[in-house]
Design a protein. Structure first.
Length: 167
């Protein structure tokens, strides 16, 4: 059975094998023993529409970008470098002159991340911009610079720590 909220698969309670007493008990506590087919088709339709319009990739890209930025902030990184390599999108967290990274091998997810960076930093007609990002109640300014690396665009996101308020 599909979940009414997220569309994912869940174990179905088979009404035929449940005892009548258990069904009454579940209904009394407010649990639905089954889901109506029209609700299932509506959830499936919404998920299919989201998947086919590209919103799905944009949403996944936003989640991944948020995860990368949170990891960089929590890890004390000064910058994040994003560069296309043969395996996918290489993501490197820079602290000083050293870095550690990984590769996002899902091409659609990588395109979603880069698209969001370009959109949020307004890089359509220029090579640098700023993204305002809020995390744990603090506001961060992320300076984004686009540059060419081996004939392809690469990006450097400089993380600026929130300033302290002076009395």
């Amino acid at each position: 059975m599909d979940c009414t909220y997220c569309g994912r698969y869940e174990l179905q309670l088979d009404v035929r094998t449940l005892s009548k007493a258990l069904i009454r008990k579940l209904n009394k506590k407010g649990f639905d023993v089954g889901t109506r087919e029209d609700e299932l088709s509506e959830v499936r339709g919404k998920e299919l529409e989201k998947f086919s319009t590209g919103d799905y990739d944009k949403e996944r890209g936003l989640q991944m970008l948020q995860s990368l930025l949170e990891e960089a902030i929590d890890g004390g990184a000064d910058a994040i470098e994003l560069e296309y390599v043969a395996e996918g999108l290489e993501v490197t967290f820079m602290v000083g002159s050293s870095g550690i990274g990984s590769v996002v091998d899902d091409r659609m997810l990588a395109a979603g991340i880069i698209g969001l960076i370009v959109e949020r930093a307004k890089l359509q007609n220029k090579s640098s911009g700023v993204i305002d990002w809020a995390y744990r109640g603090k506001s961060y300014k992320i300076t984004v610079a686009e540059y060419e690396s081996f004939g392809e665009s690469a990006f450097k996101l400089l993380l600026q720590r929130p300033g302290r308020k002076r009395a």
